[in-house]
Design a protein around this ligand. Sequence first.
Ligand code: PMP
Length: 354
Amino acid sequence: MNSPSLTPSSVENRLAGLQYVIGNTPLLAIEYAFRGEPRIIYAKAEHYNLTGSIKDRMALHILRKAYREGRIRAGDRIVEATSGNTGIAFSAIGRALGHPVTIFMPDWMSRERVLLIRGLGAEIVPVSRQQGGFLGSIRESEELARKDSHVFLPCQFANDANVEAHEQSTGPEISLQLESQGLEPAAFVAGVGTGGTVMGVGRHLRRKNPAVRIHPLEPAESPTLTVGHKVGQHRIQGISDEFIPAIVKLDELDRTVQVSDGDAIRMAQKLAAQLGLAVGISSGANFIGAVMLQNELGPEAVVATVFSDDNKKYLSTDLFNEEPIQDGHLSPHVELTAYRAIDRVCGLCEGQNE
Ligand code: PMP
């Protein structure tokens, strides 16, 4: 038998292949009781993406679009300011496409994150609080792009392609997966980092049903969206950065839901311990946000959310410590019973339906 011949793997081929390892995730129907009352919440299992987080969708879409529009060339350096999952996503996908990658990040980020990004072949430039921390990271990445024409800046906080990624993939997947069960969502809730998830899923669901409720979520301890700028400190990594991103249009959304970081941590711990769903802290927050919406809309209301990543990047955080129960926490009243995975929707991968 002849051995298969090796053909050069063009960027187009690599991009086309990546769509089979990013997006098209299962939807989990999570059965639980709230103060003894049986209910179901629907959560997209985004830890199934290539690098284990929802940010792969945005990184792949931004790069694919930039290639299509000729704004990135082979060998250009991808430069992004980020504190976590976005850096991991651009590092992995950037390297898969043959690009050098530089990530600017605040120097107080966890060791896991630094090692993971470096392990994916990217260069890390740490930025101290004196140099401006998170906002300083954005400034420095823009400065580098101004000086070097071989730099591609994804600009996740201001790039509409971030919203589009979720409008064209996460949103339609949720609709179709619920439809396959004869259901239609009454509400969607998601914690806001860049806001790409809530804006994009929201736009898709609203087009199908203008009455659907779309709620952004923020940490109660650091309510950036409500106050308008950074206040306080919180432990829900990945959401509520230091400003309201340009792609977030609060006037298109329903009320911002606030969840305390301790409740989010206890809920994420419960999802792992009671159901074996090892998700990150923001997933716990999103689950609590969905419980709050069902408290408002009724126990039968079909409420959807996302589990943005898994728990492995949080090994050195309070997610693995005992978290005290506090007044107002909802997690103590949630008993998780079982979950059922609703299959991926064949042929829905972004790119196939364009
Ligand atoms: N959760 C985690 C763990 C994240 O990394 C992010 C992205 N920063 C989000 C939630 C929020 O997603 P988005 O940027 O789409 O608002």
